[in-house]
Design a binder for this molecule. Structure first.
Ligand code: NI
Length: 141
């Protein structure tokens, strides 16, 4: 089990009241849990800014009838298969597809790949969910 380290912090009353309201809305069990998530989030941001290897998911929503779009998406993925762990394609309805591309690699390259896919004409929405291999989060290797 992970060792827990306790520490106290001082913040303005208004700030902690806003924070408590915010974490209630997000259903955190307590401040500690919310604060742990904030720390992890910051460490992931750091890892994405400065790390050698990150993981994440590119999520794309697009209309597959759009001329040449499917072949462009496929070509880009083939060109960057060293960054792609797996791709899941879901046929949402007669027109729209949801594609989830799990990625791993240098942050700059992963971001570049996500930007290229998101920028394709016909992609209705694209987003990059940034995560971590966990090493920066204090998890055991
Ligand atoms: Ni489809």
């Amino acid at each position: 089990m992970t060792d827990l380290f306790r520490f106290g912090i001082s913040v303005e009353k208004e700030l902690i009241e806003e924070f408590d309201a915010c974490i209630r809305k997000k259903n955190y069990a307590n401040r500690s849990e919310a604060f742990r998530d904030l720390i992890r989030q910051e460490l992931i941001r750091e890892e994405w800014a400065e790390g050698d290897e990150v993981v994440g998911a590119i999520i794309l929503l697009y209309n597959h009838h759009r001329k040449d779009l499917l072949s462009k998406i496929t070509t880009i993925q083939h060109d960057h298969q060293n960054l792609i762990i797996s791709t899941q394609h879901i046929h949402l309805d007669r027109d729209d597809c949801l594609e989830i591309v799990a990625v791993r690699g240098e942050p700059v390259k992963v971001q570049w790949l996500a930007d290229r896919l998101k920028a394709l004409k016909g992609v209705k929405h694209g987003t990059l969910a940034m995560s971590s291999t966990g090493h920066a989060l204090g998890d055991s290797p």
